[in-house]
Ligand binder design. Structure first.
Ligand code: ACO
Length: 343
């Protein structure tokens, strides 16, 4: 049987570090370091400079992942690009990344398909399931899977937006999935969604039910009111459902594969809030040393959190061949997922 394994990982975060105190002193956010750390565990995040696109972050992460896999962009058969913050409304970010990777250049241009995934914090796991299935089916051999987000362009640093503005940061993570006949790689993936909660965490920008689809001023220029322009969230409801769904997603994986916590070497949870992850781990009795975290430094980078955490962990040398990894995510939609991998 053909398996899909992660042959290379990479990540990129912009160099500008924004601490919790910077949010207050530079961005004027009515908050404190203590409030943010107590509620979320976040100490800092990275922001991009104006002129940077999400696909630029994705490009850097992708280059690292390809190099780590010993491949070039021309070896790819497919790009899967997960983001809730694409460069523009449409097209999706995958085609911008394809172009930036040089795949459209020269006589040997390779016009590989570019698939965009729109599942927010669960985007990486939805992409992993899609890419793995295509490899196992024998359709493709080498797939670049990227999670990339640029949140800093659309945060509301007024008191109205502070509970969201304090959580999110920019960054990208990428993996190269390859086909192998060896007994390793992605062992299973499980996804879910509950559309009843679609509006609980959303950023609407426009409403196509309306004519015009956003209010216009007397010059015909579109006007987006703050409630539409910025993400809105019922934080407490998200917190509660995140805990329930993440525990459920992990148990779905365990029961499908006959596993317990003891079989797992590392848990890579979506980095939305350290308190959510610690609570899930406590409820389940997962030992602290198995729960990996980097939200303290990067905040919530949505589709990018798991691949950034994976790439950092791989780079640190912690991951050894044969180790078992559990990934779990929950986010806007609501959507969720889990995956089990043998490294
Ligand atoms: N600094 C200071 N005070 C703040 C801040 C801030 N950054 N943000 C909110 N507050 C205030 C509120 O205005 C409110 O004040 P009030 O009582 O005077 O009205 C008070 O703190 C409590 O606000 P809540 O929103 O009820 O605070 P809560 O304890 O629920 O914590 C938080 C908010 C951290 C967002 C929490 O609900 C949470 O973590 N929820 C999960 C959110 C999440 O993880 N989302 C992302 C997951 S999905 C994805 O990644 C897309």
């Amino acid at each position: 049987m053909t398996n899909a394994y992660i042959a290379g990982t990479g990540f990129y975060v912009p160099p500008r570090v924004v601490t919790n105190d910077d949010l207050r002193t530079v961005y004027g956010l009515d908050t404190t370091h203590e409030w943010i750390v107590k509620r979320s565990g976040i100490e800092a995040r990275r922001y991009s400079d104006e002129g940077t696109a999400t696909s630029d972050l994705a490009l850097e992460a992708s280059k690292h992942a390809l190099e780590d896999a010993g491949l070039t962009p021309r070896d790819l058969d497919l790009i899967v690009y997960a983001s809730l913050s694409p460069d523009v409304g449409f097209p999706g970010g995958g085609v911008y990344l394809q172009q930036k990777l040089g795949l459209c250049d020269g006589a040997d241009a390779k016009f590989v398909p570019a698939l965009d995934v729109r599942n927010q914090c669960s985007g990486f796991l939805y992409g992993l399931g899609t890419a793995t299935s295509m490899i196992e089916a024998g359709v493709y051999k080498n797939i670049l899977l990227v999670g990339a987000e640029l949140h800093s362009a659309a945060l509301d640093w007024t008191t109205r937006g502070r509970s969201i503005a304090s959580l999110f940061g920019d960054g990208a993570g990428a993996v190269v999935l390859r086909a192998t006949d060896e007994d390793r790689g992605v062992r299973g993936w499980w996804l879910g969604a509950d559309g009843r909660f679609a509006d609980v965490l959303s950023q609407k920008i426009w409403d196509l039910k309306k004519r015009p689809f956003m209010p216009v001023n007397e010059h015909g220029v579109g006007q987006v009111e703050p409630l539409m322009m910025y993400a809105q969230m019922d934080g407490k409801l998200v917190f509660r459902h995140a805990v329930e769904r993440m525990i459920g997603a992990l148990f779905t994986a365990y029961s499908a594969k006959g596993l317990t916590h003891d079989d797992i070497d590392y848990f890579l949870f979506h980095q939305a809030n350290l308190r959510i992850n610690q609570y899930v781990a406590e409820q389940l009795g997962i030992p602290e040393h198995k729960l990996l975290s980097n939200i303290q430094s990067y905040g919530n980078t949505t589709a990018a959190t798991i691949p950034i955490l994976l790439a950092e962990t791989a780079r640190s040398g912690k991951l050894k061949r044969g180790m078992k990894i559990a990934m779990v995510a929950f986010g806007s939609g609501f959507t969720w997922g889990s995956a089990i991998l043998d490294w």
